[in-house]
Design a protein around this ligand. Sequence first.
Ligand code: G3P
Length: 214
Amino acid sequence: MRFFLDTASVTEIREAASMGILDGVTTNPSLVAKEKKDFRQLLAEICAVTTGPVSAEVTAVTCPEMLAEGRSLAKIAPNIVVKIPLIKEGIKACKTLHDEGIATNVTLCFSANQALLAARAGATYISPFIGRLDDISTDGMQLIRDIRTIYDNYSFPTQILVASIRHPIHVLDAAKIGADVATMPFKVFDQMIAHPLTDAGLKKFLDDWKASQK
Ligand code: G3P
């Protein structure tokens, strides 16, 4: 499983990248808005920190405008992935960008049929939002299971990028299902590492070691 950071914060991306296990970054308009920086400049900065795929979302809602925006975003750096909302115009834009060799991440996916359409349109990644489904009392992880089954049935190369991850159990369950990528907030990265028994065990080892050196 590959790990992406779901943030537009260069500080967080730098810190995660320093662990050597960061495979890419996903952003969305809400995350970018928090940074209060020029969008294109921010993307260039992020792409300089990580060589992995960096998803940059279009804000247009018609196919011709999405195509213009997507082609322009793709010019910022070779690792830009154009993120497109899962609406009818987005599916059209995805197919065209795929035919042009531009990588895409189809976002705001909430059903297996939507994921099936995105795969048929040649999406590089599909982003099912599991946390937001959990929020409305629907099992987000079941969507990941369904998409995995469908993509495996037809050998679709579209990668399942689990998004809207809220806690480490989401990552664990997605890994058990065989999702390709988990994109998570920086906080979840930290939560995956932390374990009280590791801290207590390390403290005891070091205390015992120091005592034996006296
Ligand atoms: O990047 C899209 C997605 O991960 C958003 O997550 O927590 O706002 O539902 P959230």
